[in-house]
Design a protein around this ligand. Structure first.
Ligand code: FAD
Length: 509
């Protein structure tokens, strides 16, 4: 059967696009290689009782009237998919030896907290500049409205000054003391890049986005994914899992369909559609199609480097209330080394985790409405950077050494957690499983285990960034690398493509 939209991959942007199109009465078929829909946003269950989201931790842009909320309203899901707000008085707890800072929603409170720790006027100047750049970026980001842009020209011009800057460049311009830099940039695992490589724009968007509201879904992320899948199915569409696309059919400049293999039976099947929407990594899709078939502009846009991969430990503790040990509706970011650039290099280039820098999240404490584990348990997760090449070689050469390295990293993180936060954590741990770059590649379908698609450097965040337009006919990219990574940005990416192809304007984005 010919479908209007054949969507390859079921990551968030694909599900948002598919749900919007299905709701608009178009026929939609989604093909997903993995057994669960959702890509990085999928949830897996272990020991039949612990539910872990693969990668998502906290999200922004979900408040009333914001992008995610507008899309949910359009889908009639605003009362089904709701969110709990993190503590606005401190949604990210930054911790390093000798210093503690809770990042509040309010910037003036942030300035006050930082200047109590370090009496330097540059702190206020920097935070005010961040607010201006954040405002400016909102007017520079498509869709641009010339009237709005003119009215906000000073903020837009301030933002433009930093076009090629890393976060470190701007820290240096404002001569911020190193410890201040570290406290402000300790959420680096949200980017998997250290300040000296991270786009200043990316940092500003995320930092101020979370200040406006950091959220967690009331019914966990699994519910968000299944709500989107349910819309597609309720409107007569299909989401077919365990089905890997192995070939794209191209006639001249037009993509007409795909060949896909059922991963259980190994049977292949052909699917055709009016339009093919590509949620799998654009570089990988372009290689399958033949790079030479794309215009030279798109070929240049496709030459991005991948973001770094990661290490995640999914753990469960029993008969222990983490709230008594400083955990709650916030994240904790910890570093043993005050220099985040050095800490990153040590872990990423040298596989040395002896002075780790990492994130700690406790999803069980983020919502009271539903549980992700039995009543006497709580989930705690640890996240840091990991090098794909290193883990790939180790995995392929010596499986025991691969497992030892993962265990070694977790033990080092647990040592730090027991030293600073929960002295007897290990005694209460009833379950643990670790994910490496190769795990990511296998279960999220991301080449080189990349975390955010293209790396969030100034080069990749600039004007040469890939868009939905592929230069081939009836074929569109729809994923983090052709839009922006993150829960809200992928909602935005799916909604933008929906608007482009349907001609309808949503009051979002
Ligand atoms: C460690 C980590 C932590 C993160 N934390 C957060 C967070 O706290 N907050 C936040 O907002 N964002 C976070 N993100 C980012 C966010 O999860 C992603 O940006 C977003 O989910 C990407 O969605 P996507 O639409 O690009 O698709 P993807 O999630 O990349 O999905 C692509 C899908 O395509 C499928 N696929 C691939 N090849 C094929 C094929 N040949 N045939 C069929 N299917 C195929 C894959 O299996 C996958 O399901 C995190 C990411 C990582 C890695």
């Amino acid at each position: 059967m010919q479908t209007d939209y054949l969507v390859v991959g079921s990551g968030l942007s694909a599900l948002v696009f598919g749900a919007l199109m299905a709701k608009a009465g178009r026929s939609v078929r989604v093909l997903e290689a993995h057994e669960h829909a959702g890509g990085f946003g999928h949830t897996f269950t272990m020991a039949q009782q612990y539910h872990f989201n693969a990668q998502l931790h906290y999200v922004w842009d979900c408040g009333e009237g914001h992008t995610v909320n507008q899309v949910l309203k359009k889908l009639g899901l605003e009362d089904t998919v709701t969110f709990e707000r993190y503590d606005p008085n401190g949604f990210d707890h930054m911790r390093m030896p000798g210093y503690a800072l809770d990042i509040p929603a309010d910037s003036e409170t942030l300035i006050e907290r930082l200047t109590t720790l370090f009496a330097t006027p540059q702190i206020a100047q920097f935070i005010h500049e961040v607010q201006t750049v954040s405002r400016g970026l909102k007017f520079l980001t498509p869709p641009r409205r010339p009237g709005h842009l003119l009215k906000n020209l000073p903020a837009a011009l301030t933002a433009l000054k930093y076009y090629r800057c890393t976060l470190q460049d701007v820290f240096d311009q404002f001569s911020l003391p190193l410890a201040v830099q570290t406290l402000l940039a300790l959420q680096w695992p949200d980017f998997l890049l250290p300040p000296n490589q991270l786009s200043f724009y990316a940092w500003v968007i995320l930092f101020t986005g979370y200040q406006e509201g950091a959220f967690y879904p009331t019914q966990h992320f699994e519910h968000v994914i299944s709500a989107l899948v349910d819309v597609i199915k309720a409107e007569g569409g299909e989401v077919i899992t365990e089905t890997e696309v192995i070939e794209f059919f191209v006639e001249g400049k037009r993509v007409t369909g795909v060949k896909a293999m059922n991963l259980s039976t190994h049977e292949t099947r052909e699917f055709f559609a009016e339009d093919v929407i590509c949620n799998l990594d654009p570089q990988r899709a372009a290689k399958m199609i033949g790079l030479e078939k794309f215009s030279s502009t798109v070929q240049r846009q496709l030459a991005y480097d991948y973001s770094a991969s990661n290490f995640v430990a999914y753990c469960v503790v029993k008969d222990l209330d983490l709230q008594e040990y400083g955990f709650g509706p916030w994240n904790t970011f910890h570093t043993e080394d005050v220099d985040l650039n050095r800490a990153f290099t040590r872990m990423y280039e040298h596989q040395d985790y002896s002075q780790p820098s990492f994130a700690i999240t406790t999803p069980t404490l983020l919502t009271q409405a539903s549980r992700d584990c039995p009543a006497d348990c709580q989930i705690i997760e640890f996240l840091t950077v990991a090098n794909y090449d290193y883990f790939r070689k180790l995995h392929d050469r010596d499986r025991a050494a691969y497992r030892r390295k993962k265990a070694e990293i977790l033990e080092t993180l647990l040592d730090v957690v027991e030293d600073y936060y929960v002295p007897n954590l290990r005694e209460h741990m009833v379950f643990k499983i670790t994910g490496s770059p190769t795990t990511n590649e296998r279960f999220c379908g991301c080449p080189e285990g990349n975390s955010y698609g293209s790396s969030l450097t100034p080069k990749n965040m600039g004007l040469g960034r890939l868009t939905a337009d592929t230069s081939l006919q009836h074929f569109y990219f729809c994923n983090a690398s052709s839009g922006y990574p993150g829960f809200a940005p992928t909602f935005w990416t799916g909604a933008r493509l929906y608007q482009q192809l349907s001609g309808e304007t949503l009051s979002t984005a």
